[in-house]
Design a binder for this molecule. Structure first.
Ligand code: PLP
Length: 455
């Protein structure tokens, strides 16, 4: 045995480099090994149960033990465990999944390109838009604008779109040609007395001035999550998307909606684009697409974008882009089954109902001395902790309260996520009323512990 609580934990420290983990601290504290999942719960290797208030990584819509998804994977593994889509090859699960995605899309979309991850999907979007703009005779129209605090992934182009310092520090990104405008977080960034609408006006003006100073003919696309997830569950201020889209349309700038977290019911509608009135040219989905039982993501492009790509691929004799796992049959079969279940069980409507319950429950913490803001939409929310409600100041250093609270929550049997001092909530769409209540109660206990600790 070693200083961790199992031999397996020792091997983890010895052999694995963990994402989003301090590699030195990890040697000290070791891993929390999760052994199995059941419904909205996971269990560690010591038998302790945790309610998963984050759906894993914002992803397990159907919980951790959906038999239909398991059977769909098994069926596909027995029939065709792998095939690819290169050189005119195809197979039924990717075809049917693509058809389903086009049918579900909130605006007319033309084609689906499948990838293994959200990051790859966003890199794919950047490359396809560059490719398309070369094809349509606009080779100078190549720059991307996203927002500070945005999360679009960690591969080279997607990390350039991402606007979070930890994803860029030390990695030599963003690449040239990627620009970040202000984060649409009213609580943190509005000026004194500025209404949500005035804040939205100011952000639209800022976007327009960046476009004008760079030259509209050089800007390819504006990139955004309908509601920002990993950057802190930031709900855009009223009228934000309407105003920002008007600016983009004025200068012939494509709109890309990254629905990787919002997609498939999270915000109370099938897509975040519906919740916030966005009409994108390109959409990216993942996570709840397959409940993450299999790694898969998809890029949906409209006709305007597809036509340029089609012509260019014809001119070159091939579209020189694609992954071994593009349209992987097992991942596609699981995703298709997952979408069928979401529809058949009316989980979008159900999640909207449970979302109202969760938002109302969290709102009750608004008067707590450590709570600066409670925000969210549907079944996704965050509570931002502050040490001083009038100055919105953190305790000593930013992130300390959040980290402590998440630790206490884990101790009390709930996995959540601290994004700085904001605690995120993103429970599975299947959560019952009692399970939502358990999330709220456990948060309350952890908040009380945090208040006692911070004095
Ligand atoms: N886009 C958004 C909005 C995300 O939240 C994420 C992951 O959290 C990604 C893209 C990247 O997805 P992946 O981790 O599958 O690469």
């Amino acid at each position: 045995m070693n200083k961790y609580n199992s031999a397996l934990a020792g091997k983890d420290v010895q052999y694995q480099l963990h994402p989003y983990t301090d590699a030195i601290l990890h040697q000290e504290v070791g891993p929390l090994i999760i052994e199995r999942g059941e419904g909205v719960y996971v269990f560690d290797d010591q038998g302790k149960r945790y309610i998963e208030a984050m759906s894993g990584l914002w992803s397990v819509a159907l919980g951790f033990s959906n038999q239909r998804l398991i059977e769909a994977a098994e069926r596909q593994l027995r029939t065709l465990p792998f095939y690819h889509l290169f050189s005119h090859k195809s197979h039924s699960s990717s075809i049917e999944l693509s058809e389903k995605l086009i049918e579900l899309a909130p605006v007319p979309m033309s084609k689906v390109f499948l990838t293994n991850s959200g990051s790859e999907a966003n890199d794919t979007v950047v490359k396809l838009i560059w490719y398309r703009n070369n094809a349509i005779g606009k080779p100078e129209k190549k720059k991307f604008i996203s927002r500070r605090n945005a999360y679009h992934g960690i591969t080279v182009a997607s990390a350039s779109l991402t606007g979070l310092p930890p994803n860029q520090r030390g990695f030599d990104v963003p690449l040239p040609g990627f620009y970040h405008v202000s984060c649409p977080h009213h609580y943190r960034y509005a000026q004194d007395g500025e209404t949500e609408e005035q804040f939205a006006d100011r952000l639209a003006d800022e976007l327009e001035s960046v476009i004008l100073s760079e030259g509209p003919e050089t800007i390819a696309a504006f990139y955004g999550e309908p509601l920002m997830g990993a950057g802190g569950v930031i709900v855009p201020p009223r009228t934000y998307w309407e105003k920002v889209q008007a600016v983009c349309r004025k200068y012939d700038i494509l709109i890309v909606a990254d629905e990787v977290i919002c997609g498939f019911g999270r915000t109370g509608n099938m897509f975040g684009c519906e919740t916030f009135g966005i009409t994108p040219d390109v959409m990216v989905v993942s996570k709840q697409l397959s409940s993450s039982y299999q790694p898969i993501a998809a890029v949906l492009v409209n006709d305007t974008v597809f036509e340029g790509i089609a012509d260019q691929s014809h001119a070159f004799g091939t579209l020189g882009h694609g992954f071994t796992g593009t349209g992987h049959p097992v991942a596609s079969a699981v995703a298709l089954e997952n979408l069928k279940i979401i529809e058949e069980e009316r989980l979008v409507e159900y999640a909207a109902e449970m979302g109202d319950l969760m938002q109302a429950g969290l709102a009750r913490f608004k008067s707590h001395p450590l709570v600066g803001e409670v925000r969210g939409h549907g079944l996704i929310a965050a509570v931002e902790l502050v040490a001083n409600r009038s100055t919105k100041a953190p305790l000593d250093v930013a992130g300390k309260l959040g980290k402590f609270l998440a630790g206490r929550a884990q101790e009390h049997g709930m996995i959540t996520r601290a994004m700085g001092d904001s605690i995120a909530f993103c429970p599975p769409l299947i959560s019952t009323q009692e399970e939502i209540q358990l999330v709220l109660d456990t948060f309350g206990r952890a908040l009380d512990d945090t208040a006692r600790w911070s004095g």
